[in-house]
Design a protein around this ligand. Structure first.
Ligand code: PMP
Ligand code: GLN
Length: 385
C-alpha cells in the first residue's frame, strides 16, 4: 500500500508552511527568545479561566447554537454599539467563529468565486490570499507606501474594476502597526459607494491603539457598515490566542450567506468558552484597559532601543514593532532573521513574506506582548547588534 503514490494537482501550489510555523520551530530548536509569532507569554486573567471551568461544570458541554451562544452575541452587539454607535442584531447579524481566521475564510468563501478580484493591501497578513485562491478568485495587491505603510488612495481607486468583488483592509495593521485615520475610512467609503463591493474589515487589534488615537471601525461609517464583515478576535484581546475564538458582524443579508458556509465549515464554536466570554465581556474595563496596558509595553521596548542601531517609528497600534536594520547589515531580511535566531537566540518575523514578490524592506517585526523580563533579555541582544 505504502508504495502507491497518489497523483494529485495541488490547489495551492505556491503555498508553503506559514512563516509563523517555520520561524517558531527554528526558535524552539535554538532555544531562542521568541518575539516572532504574535502571542503573549504572560497568563490570561484567572477570572476568565474560572468562568470557563464553571461553564463546563454547569454542563454547557454540548453543541452551541450554530451562530453562537445567544447571550454572547447579545453582549457583542452591546459592545459594538457602545463603542461605535452602530446596532447589529444578535439574532441575524453576529456570528461567533473559530478566531478571526475562520471568519475571514468563511466570508471569502461565501462570496468570492472564479475570476472575482479581491483587493488586498500589502504587506498583508498571510491568511487572506490562500483563501481567495482556493475559491479561484484573484488577489489584486496594492502595495502600501514605505516607510509609513499608508494607502495611496489614487492607486487604490485605479484597481477597482467591474470584477472587484471584495476589498480586505486591516486596521490596526499587521505587520506595520499602521492605523487607518477617519479620513482614510471616509475615503474608502467614498470609493466603494455605489458599488456592490463587499469589505472585510480585519479589526483583530481593535483594542490595541496608542497615543490617544481612536480605532476607526468600519462599523462607524454607515455606507461601509452596510457592505462589511467586521472581524474580531478574543484570542488577541484577552491574551488567549490558543482558544481560537472570535466573531464577525455584518448586515443580515450578508450574514445569511456567511452562515450557509459557516454551518458546514465548523457548524458551531466551543460552547463553554462562549458562556465564559459572555460573562467576562460584560465588564468593559476588560477590553478598554488594553490600550494603556500595551502602550506601557511598547514604550518600555522602544525606550530600551533608543541607543541601538535600529531605525524605527513607534508603532501606532497592534503589539508589533517594525525595526529597520540597514545600519547593521545589508543581509536579506530572512537571512538576518535566521542568523538572529541561530547566533543570538532571538526570533522575529521577516516581513518580506507578507510583501508582493517578497519585497525586502530590511525590516523585522518584533512582538512586544511579552513579560518585562523577556523584553529585557531581547533588548540586551538587540543593543549588541
Ligand atoms: N488577522 C490578523 C491581522 C492577525 O494578526 C491574526 C492573528 N491573530 C488574525 C487575523 C487571526 O486571528 P485569530 O487568531 O483570532 O484567528
Ligand atoms: N497573528 C499572528 C501573528 O501575526 C500569527 C497567528 C498564526 O500563526 N496563524 O504573529
Amino acid at each position: 500500500m505504502r508504495n502507491h503514490k497518489i497523483q494529485f494537482k495541488s490547489k495551492l501550489p505556491q503555498v508553503k508552511t506559514t512563516i509563523f510555523t517555520t520561524v517558531g520551530n527554528l526558535a524552539r530548536a535554538h532555544n531562542a527568545i521568541d518575539l516572532s509569532q504574535g502571542f503573549p507569554n504572560f497568563r490570561a486573567d484567572k477570572e476568565l479561566m474560572t468562568l470557563v471551568g464553571q461553564a463546563m461544570e454547569d454542563g454547557h458541554n454540548q453543541y452551541a447554537p450554530m451562530p453562537g451562544y445567544y447571550g454572547l452575541r447579545e453582549v457583542i452587539s452591546q459592545k459594538i454599539e457602545s463603542l461605535h454607535g452602530t446596532y447589529y442584531h444578535p439574532e441575524t447579524e453576529i456570528t461567533v467563529t473559530v478566531g478571526a481566521t475562520q471568519a475571514i475564510f468563511t466570508a471569502i468563501t461565501a462570496f468570492v468565486g472564479k475570476g472575482d478580484e479581491v483587493i488586498v493591501l500589502k504587506p498583508a497578513y498571510d491568511c487572506y490570499e490562500p483563501a481567495i485562491a482556493l475559491n479561484e478568485g484573484i488577489p489584486i495587491p496594492l502595495e502600501l507606501k514605505t516607510p509609513d505603510y499608508g494607502v495611496d488612495w489614487v492607486a487604490f481607486e485605479a484597481l477597482i474594476t467591474p470584477k472587484t468583488k471584495m476589498v480586505i483592509v486591516n486596521t490596526p495593521h499587521n505587520p506595520s502597526g499602521r492605523i487607518f485615520s477617519k479620513a482614510d475610512m471616509l475615503k474608502l467609503q467614498q470609493l466603494l459607494r455605489d458599488t456592490n463591493i463587499i469589505l472585510i474589515s480585519d479589526e483583530v487589534y481593535e483594542h490595541i491603539v496608542f497615543d490617544g488615537q481612536e480605532h476607526e471601525s468600519a462599523s462607524r461609517f454607515e455606507d461601509l457598515a452596510s457592505r462589511s464583515f467586521i472581524c474580531a478576535s478574543f484570542g488577541k484581546t484577552f491574551h488567549v490566542t490558543g482558544w481560537k475564538m472570535g466573531y464577525c458582524a455584518a448586515p443580515a443579508a450578508l450574514m445569511e450567506e456567511f452562515r450557509k458556509v459557516h454551518q458546514f465549515n465548523v457548524f458551531s464554536v466551543d460552547h463553554p468558552t462562549q458562556r465564559a466570554m459572555a460573562k467576562y465581556l460584560q465588564h468593559k474595563e476588560h477590553y478598554t484597559s488594553l490600550n494603556a496596558f500595551y502602550q506601557e509595553k511598547r514604550d518600555f521596548f522602544l525606550s530600551g532601543l533608543a541607543n541601538s542601531k535600529f531605525i524605527f517609528k513607534p508603532t501606532m497600534g497592534t503589539y508589533f514593532q517594525l525595526l529597520n536594520y540597514t545600519q547593521i547589515t545589508d543581509e536579506a531580511d530572512e537571512d538576518f532573521a535566521k542568523r538572529l535566531i541561530k547566533d543570538f537566540k532571538l526570533a522575529s518575523i521577516p516581513i518580506s513574506s507578507f510583501n508582493v514578490n517578497s519585497r525586502d524592506d530590511k525590516v523585522l517585526r518584533f512582538c512586544f506582548a511579552k513579560k518585562e523580563e523577556t523584553l529585557i533579555k531581547a533588548l540586551t541582544i538587540l543593543n549588541q547588534l
